[in-house]
Design a protein around this ligand. Structure first.
Ligand SMILES: *Cc1c(COP(=O)(O)O)cnc(C)c1O
Length: 401
């Protein structure tokens, strides 16, 4: 029996069974669907990409997995080298893991231990954002602020170790003033908060955060598990404001296999690099640096560069703005667009009930959550396909008057 995510098993509608997938399309036994959310925002090149497939098969014919404890291999070396040159600034030290949640855990552990290694053991606190989502493991739930996902944490009472603030500069300044001596890091989903409701905010907030982190010696962590690889219309938000630790996941492997990476800058790495054995980072996921994942990730990044995805993403944004221009409805609170993400926030979650089936009948796979109807399409989508996704969203409001 399969236990499915985020649903009440007793009352859930059965999931659609997928029998094939190609490009932007998912195939059920009798329907062809545009995947408007790229399998949880990860499948940026679409499905069954010949070059990604080839990268996997070629590596599988050599070896599919070896551990990274005491062993190493070419795919992981090549990917680390590639990330070193592909990522901005001195974000050069790659710690691999098997999922975004674990990679965030690693980032939070790095930040805590960075200060422990320096004898600053009072720095146990994390500054985070309201409506943040950083994963479903325990410390990431605590850093997150989404009761809709993580209400189980209420059993522990309020956290002593995490402070949540809104994306407003005065609140940011006050939090640093009050807590700076106890903070080890400030963690954010930069510019676009995904699972917390596709909330978008201004770069000036992150610029100020960088200044305050420098002033008070607090590490700045960007969780770009969702925003990385172009989703915001920037390659990485880290290209605009440089964090000390960057976390990538989801699209890292083009959505082919679960893999993630926590990338530290020189300063963080140096905080561990010395003659004291206890100053080592004590972490090691079984499947970290998996050769299949690394091979496909490397190919994914190559495609990202050679196929000029940034232009494709800017085109997606322009088409989205054109199609949504002037669209209003009294049930809609706000329409937000950034790069390859569009979100229609409704006033009442009940308004979206039945949308998934409505879209299915029109050949679109969508999965609205709470008050958010959104699309995060694969970057290879054609104009008519994207228009269809957006038209379907608009039609729902036009037809259900
Ligand atoms: C999805 C997501 C995660 C968790 O990644 P998993 O691979 O699902 O563990 C962490 N942070 C952000 C911002 C995400 O969107």
């Amino acid at each position: 029996m399969i236990w499915y995510p985020y649903v009440q098993m007793k009352t859930m509608t059965p999931p659609c069974k997928i029998v094939d997938a190609n490009g932007v399309y998912l195939y059920t036994e009798n329907q062809k669907l545009i995947d408007s959310i790229s399998s949880w925002w990860s499948v940026i090149h679409g499905y069954k990409h010949p070059e990604l497939n080839r990268a996997l098969v070629e590596q599988a014919e050599k070896f599919s997995h070896v551990m990274l404890g005491g062993l190493t291999h070419e795919p992981v070396k090549k990917l680390a080298d590639k990330l070193e040159s592909f990522l901005p600034g001195d974000l050069n030290y790659c710690f691999f893991s098997d999922s975004g949640s674990v990679a965030v855990e690693v980032a939070l552990k790095m930040a805590l231990q960075y200060y422990m290694n320096r004898g600053e053991e009072q720095r146990t606190m994390i500054l985070a954002l309201e409506h943040a989502y950083h994963g479903d493991t325990f410390k990431t739930m605590e850093a997150g602020d989404d009761e809709d996902y993580h209400f189980v944490l209420k059993a522990y009472g309020p956290s002593r170790y995490v402070v949540h603030i809104p994306t407003e500069i005065p609140a940011l300044e006050q939090a640093f003033e009050k807590y700076h001596s106890c903070l080890n890091c400030f963690i954010v989903e930069p510019l676009l908060q995904g699972a917390g409701g596709m909330r978008m905010y201004d770069i000036s907030f992150l610029k100020r955060a960088r200044e305050l982190c420098d002033k008070y010696g607090v590490l700045l962590i960007f969780d770009e598990v969702a925003t990385g690889f172009g989703r915001t219309g920037n390659r990485f938000v880290a290209d605009l404001v440089l964090p000390d630790i960057l976390v990538l996941g989801k699209a890292l492997t083009g959505g082919y296999i679960g893999h993630a990476v926590t990338v530290a800058n020189q300063k963080v790495y140096d905080g561990f690099y010395d003659d004291v054995p206890e100053h080592a980072l004590m972490h090691g996921p079984t499947f970290m640096g998996n050769p299949l994942a690394c091979s496909v990730a490397l190919k994914s990044i190559e495609l990202f560069e050679t196929q000029d995805y940034m232009s494709a993403i800017h085109r997606i944004e322009a088409i989205t703005r054109r199609e949504m221009e002037g669209f209003t409805d009294e049930r809609i609170k706000e329409i937000r667009i950034m790069g390859g993400c569009v979100c229609v926030e409704v006033r009442d979650a009940a308004v979206l009930k039945g949308y998934q089936q409505f879209a299915y009948e029109r050949g679109v796979f969508s999965r609205p959550f709470l008050k958010y109807l959104y699309a995060m399409v694969p970057y290879i989508i054609k104009e008519d396909e994207l228009v269809k996704v957006l038209q379907t969203m608009k039609e729902w409001f036009i037809m259900k008057k």
